[in-house]
Design a binder for this molecule. Structure first.
Ligand SMILES: Cc1cc2nc3c(=O)[nH]c(=O)nc-3n(C[C@H](O)[C@H](O)[C@H](O)COP(=O)(O)OP(=O)(O)OC[C@H]3O[C@@H](n4cnc5c(N)ncnc54)[C@H](O)[C@@H]3O)c2cc1C
Length: 495
């Protein structure tokens, strides 16, 4: 059977690419190695708990009044996604600097509080907001290929080559305020001095102006909904289909599964990291791709502990949606301590705060996450894996209890622990990284956006977090849409 497009991987990026192509009446086949769609966005059932593995904050979805890009895309496909707006309710604690604050209310409340703490925050933060907006507008033009209009965006030009730390200093934000804002770095996976200001500004803009949402239903319900719509639009999806090779036959591309079955299409779209595709799936050598891949840095990997607690969040005194604990707030120095297995950087999420249906009545789900900057997992082997995994999970729980003075251990009814090996096995990411390749230094999304066509493999494109826009659901979904829009435009030009 011949297809117009074959997509390798039914992660969220692959699904969004499939939806757009099927919506445009293309013959599309998605090949997925697992038995379920969604990749890292899935749901694990244990006892009476259903743990969502990801998707606690969906950015760029927006509200009814301020529709974000994702909402617009889903609506175009005829999809209504039930979402719940997430109130800012974040407790941030830094051990070294004795910083312990709850960021609540709206952005003006934050600004007021920051001004009380660090004089000068209010005026500088307020002057940062239009800069964020300007950068978002300039990026949107760039996505539409309108490079010439960028001259009308002086801040975009000014900060194009600056990292987030340099730019925020240049904008005169007090150093302490920069570090507090920098707590967001952990979501993006890069310390402020390595992160391009443009990427930081884009993230901040979405975070502040389009407000994150949570899904009203489970991860798996969401991904199955996308699959159902894809199938209604005529798309085909085969599960348990592990792609082992992609062959360039000139006019056609052939995708071969591990059992030898093959399918052909004009174009192949990979919902996988380029690194994995170059090493494992294609035979041709593309030196420029190796160079590009060598310049790419994978984001941190992590340990995630999903806990089902047999008490309500009110009784447990888990009052905040998100908790962050840092050794110190300075992302640049904090990052260094994360080379060790045992460090003091934790992120915790209590989904019940925004969604009463997250777990059965009078129970709570608590998700604890800690990230690692590189090395320690390389030292693990089959003989010490389970011991280390259990020790780390235990220490993460104790660290959280100690940091926030909340007892949880005795209320644990169910527990699931995911290590970088779990994520690696499930999705084929090489180090089990949480957010794919980081947008660092030269490898920022502007350069990726400008160069992806020239530096590509003929008839092969990439979507998902390893694509142009980086990690996170919003970027993975958007990349699926954006890349297929470009392919469709090219098709129309060639017709
Ligand atoms: C614990 C955790 C929490 C997170 N929380 C959030 C959050 O709150 N908000 C947010 O925006 N982001 C969050 N993220 C990040 C987000 O989940 C990812 O950025 C996003 O899901 C990546 O999607 P993707 O489509 O790029 O890739 P993946 O999910 O990696 O999908 C790739 C797919 O390809 C399949 N595949 C791989 N190799 C093959 C092969 N050879 N043949 C066939 N199929 C193959 C895999 O099975 C998988 O289904 C979180 C991530 C983690 C780990």
């Amino acid at each position: 059977m011949n297809y117009d497009y074959i997509i390798v991987g039914a992660g969220i990026g692959g699904l969004s690419a499939g939806l757009n192509l099927a919506f445009n009446k293309k013959k599309v086949l998605i090949l997925e190695k697992n038995s379920l769609p969604g990749g890292i966005v899935t749901t694990i059932k244990k006892g009476r708990f259903e743990f969502d593995t990801s998707l606690y904050d969906l950015l760029d979805y927006g509200s009814e009044e301020h529709i974000g890009s994702l909402q617009r895309i889903f609506k175009k496909f005829g999809l209504d996604i039930d979402t719940i707006s997430i109130p800012y309710n974040i407790r941030i604690k830094s051990l070294d600097e004795k910083f312990d604050e709850v960021m609540k209310g709206d952005i003006d409340d934050w600004i007021l509080r920051l001004e009380e703490l660090y004089s000068g925050s209010m005026s500088t933060f307020r002057s940062l907001l239009p800069v964020l907006k300007e950068i978002d507008e300039a990026l949107n033009l760039l996505k539409k290929g309108k490079k010439d209009s960028l001259k009308d965006f002086p801040n975009f030009i000014k900060y194009l080559d600056k990292n987030a730390y340099e730019a925020l200093v240049d904008l005169n934000l007090p150093t302490e305020t920069i570090h507090v804002l920098g707590y967001l770095w952990i979501e993006i996976g890069s310390p402020l001095n390595k992160l391009s200001f443009i990427d930081f500004a884009e993230f901040m803009y979405k975070y502040i102006f389009k407000r994150p949402v949570a899904l009203a239903n489970k991860n798996i319900d969401f991904t199955l909904k996308l699959v159902n719509r894809f199938q209604e639009l005529g798309g085909k999806i085969y599960y348990r289909s592990w792609v082992k090779e992609i062959r360039n036959l000139g006019e056609k591309q052939e995708v071969v599964l591990e059992d030898g079955t093959s399918y052909q299409a004009k174009e192949v779209i990979c919902n996988l990291p380029e690194r994995y595709v170059i090493k494992n799936l294609i035979k041709e050598d593309y030196p420029f791709l190796n160079q590009k891949e060598n310049a790419r840095t994978l984001s941190m990997n992590g340990l995630v502990v999903y806990l089902g607690l047999n008490k309500s969040y009110q009784d447990l005194k888990l009052y905040n949606y998100r908790y962050y604990e840092f050794q110190n707030l300075n992302s640049m120095t904090n990052m260094k301590s994360m080379k060790e297995f045992y460090h003091h950087t934790i992120e915790a999420i209590v989904p019940n705060i925004v969604n009463e249906k997250a777990s059965p009545k009078n129970t709570t789900i608590l998700v604890l996450k800690t990230l690692y900057n590189d090395a320690p997992w390389n030292k693990i082997n089959a003989s010490n894996y389970y011991q280390i995994k259990n020790d780390l999970a235990k220490s993460l729980i104790e660290e959280f209890e100690l940091a926030f003075n909340i007892d949880i251990k005795e209320y644990i009814e169910e527990m699931v622990v995911a290590t970088p090996f779990t994520f690696k096995k499930f999705t084929n990411r090489s180090n089990g990284s949480i957010f794919g390749p980081m947008r660092l230094g030269y490898d920022n999304s502007i350069n990726r956006l400008i160069s992806y066509k020239e530096e590509g493999i003929p008839h092969l494109s990439f979507v998902g977090e390893a694509s142009i826009f980086g990690g996170g659901l919003d970027n993975a979904i958007y990349s699926g849409y954006y890349i297929t829009e470009q392919l469709l435009k090219e098709e129309r030009r060639n017709d």
